[in-house]
Ligand binder design. Sequence first.
Ligand code: G
Ligand code: G
Ligand code: MN
Length: 403
Amino acid sequence: METDHIQGSVLVVDDEPFVLKTIAHVLDGMGFTRVLTAMTGQQALRLIESTKPSVELVMLDLNMPDMDGIELLRRFAEEGYRGDILLFSAEDSQTLKMAERLARARRLSVIGSISKPIRREALYHVISKHSGPPGSPARRADAPEITPQMLEVGMECGELEPWFQPKIDIASRQPVGVEMLARWPNSTRGPIYPDVFIPVAERSGLIDRLTFCLITRSIHMRQQWQASGVNLKLAANISMDSLRNLDFPQRLDDIVTAAGGSLSTMQLEVTESRLMQDLVTPLDVLLRLRLKKVRLSIDDFGTGYSNLFQLRDLPFDELKLDRSYVRGRDPRAVAILESSVEMGKRLGMGIVAEGVETLEEWQRVERLGCDQVQGWLCARAMPGDAIPDWVASWSESSKDVLG
Ligand code: G
Ligand code: G
Ligand code: MN
């Protein structure tokens, strides 16, 4: 196996010295420039913080006496660790899979899990995925450090801008809306992605300003599209932090009205995985948004917790199936996909399949009864100026793409 292109530091965390030594030896042989080891979670957190250039990959045992692997994953998420993670454990594979999913729900980048005792080949296999095609550039450990001040300047100078990804109605094959996605081209450092700056905005209390600033610009964009005959619903992602402020609905209403838009043409997407903590205030806010005729979508459906409870009690009009289900061949994922569509339909919700990349996936979600598709098969996110041309070309290109 070719391994000499692997760069950067890797950190192995396990309370058993023998395991540490063995894995470190294998990793050394794979060409990592630096192999660090830690015997406790605390030690691991200190190393992550102090190591420069940043740790690219952490290999982590779930079972440790003081701070266990699950707790350490939570701390990684809180500290904003952006490198990759590989889990291992002597627990059964079901437990490992659940830990993987939990870590992903915390927006950590998990490249896989392996059972103990660790076989050298299994390790090679998973790590070669790590050194293969890079994941989202936003998640790379060497992504730039963003401060709240930089974010404020980025907003004020209009560097931060809304891009738009079309949503296509399956039955008519026509674009019916767009999802606004924040982009920061930031010329000096290269593009910065929302996975990096949205958490900074949330932590520093700037998220509402960011949302409102982008929504205002999007409404102006939408007016330009309308002038060239293009009419699309606008969807914006809303952080849970925004739903914790009881005055959010009125402030949104004011912003949208001031920009010359109308709440009834807007959709708000809320990520389900974070809805659980303190439901009362978000419910209050969501219901008042509902009364203002905003359409509400439950985003990344299937990645969070307590789906059924939320569907019963929260006023959603639309369900966006997470792309892991659209892709999934695993029978359990297929079962969840099928019953989610069925359940959403019975609750009168529109169903959007996210992350559709191939014709085969389009056909599968069409068969299942989804209403809309959003994904690279049809279009990636693009600047607002590009939307009218894309819409014009879609009527032709859709015939090639969809047959
Ligand atoms: O393409 P993509 O990398 O755009 O988006 C990554 C994540 O960032 C998605 O989960 C998306 O919901 C989130 N995101 C993108 N734009 C915004 C935004 O304006 N506000 C919030 N809260 N999240 C956003
Ligand atoms: O979490 P949310 O659903 O808001 O974010 C949408 C994210 O999905 C964005 O990061 C967007 O760039 C990404 N995305 C959109 N379509 C596709 C696709 O077809 N494939 C993949 N891999 N990502 C997609
Ligand atoms: Mn979304």
